[in-house]
Design a protein around this ligand. Structure first.
Ligand code: NAP
Length: 288
């Protein structure tokens, strides 16, 4: 049996690693904040003190980290993953990064003899817990196929988009849509409220309409109570819209709605809402 290493036990990583463990895989974990490893260790996972030790004792190393800075740190720091990468080891990076970052990280890993694939996910904490994620893979086919049994535990569907970086391109495309939809829902609710409509009735109207969606149902109670504990932190949504804007610039394409959403989430983050759920963009718009 191959040994799985998992680095990054935040909102997404913890339930994902737990699902692999509960499916019977041998799982080792590492997290910068050690206390976040407790639930996994209690469930039977091994805990390693550094990314290097984890990589030494794992065949496949999954990363679920905030952003490219976090991934670089975990790979390149003293006692980082790269110090333990040897021929045959595989890194599956499920963090949301830019395609350019994915390509440059893949190059570094291959220089050490290992293989890197990008496999970010669509779906939030609920989907992570219930193995309903959609995995967006980029990288060589034989590695994606080798990882498929693990992806089947983590998600309901894997879509292989092509070479390294294509999973990250797909993730930016879907999250751009998420950010735009999040702002669209918030604006519709604010307009309805300012028109004197009852909020519960408006939430029911959208629920019964063609614009109902798993996204809307997932966030509905947050809008109702105007409390926004994070499943997907607004600062991460802002990061992804920033990455999408940079990538659109590189591709020479103009995306007016994505640009607007990028500016809105950025100002919400700058006004102290970064640690709230992305749906708190509603609060940012409502204060206008
Ligand atoms: P999170 O709860 O903030 O967890 C981030 C993880 O990265 C934590 O384990 C954190 O360690 C680690 N980390 C951050 N900076 C680090 C550094 N410099 N060195 C080492 N470790 C570092 O984020 P999340 O919501 O799980 O999201 C993880 C990734 O998935 C992000 O790329 C996000 O965009 C993407 N994503 C999120 C969702 C969602 O709904 N939440 C959905 C799809 C994709 P500590 O515990 O020590 O802080």
């Amino acid at each position: 049996m191959q040994t799985i290493g998992w680095i990054g036990l935040g909102h997404m990583g913890e339930p994902m690693a737990m699902n692999l463990l509960e499916a019977g895989h041998k799982v080792q974990v590492h997290n910068r904040t050690i206390s976040k490893t407790n639930s996994l260790v209690e469930a039977g996972a091994g805990r390693l003190d550094s990314p290097k030790e984890l990589a030494e004792r794992s065949d496949i190393i999954f990363l679920m980290l905030s952003d490219s800075n976090a991934v670089r740190e975990v790979l390149q720091q003293d006692n980082g993953v790269l110090e333990a990468i040897t021929e045959g080891k595989i890194i599956v990076d499920m963090s949301t990064l830019s395609p350019e970052d994915s390509l440059s990280l893949a190059k570094q890993v291959s220089e050490h003899g290992g293989t890197y694939i990008d496999a970010p996910v669509s779906g939030s904490v609920g989907a992570a817990r219930t193995s309903q994620l959609v995995i967006l893979a980029g990288g060589e086919t034989k590695t994606v196929e080798l990882c498929q049994p693990y992806f089947d535990v983590l998600g309901k569907k894997t879509i292989h988009f092509g070479s390294t970086g294509k999973g990250s391109s797909a993730k930016l495309a879907i999250n751009m849509l998420l950010g735009i939809m999040g702002q669209g829902i918030a604006e519709s609710l604010i307009f309805a409220e300012k028109s004197g409509l009852n909020k519960d009735s408006v939430l029911e109207m959208i629920s019964q309409s063609g614009m109902n969606s798993p996204l809307f149902q997932g966030k509905k109670e947050l809008y109702r109570h105007e409390e926004f504990p994070a499943a997907f932190m607004l600062e991460l949504m802002s990061k992804d819209l920033g990455l999408a804007k940079a990538e659109a610039g590189r591709l020479g394409t103009v995306l007016p709605l994505a640009d607007t959403a990028n500016a809105t989430y950025l100002s919400a983050k700058e006004n102290g809402k970064g640690k709230l759920d992305m749906a708190a963009v509603y609060l940012e718009l409502k204060k206008n």
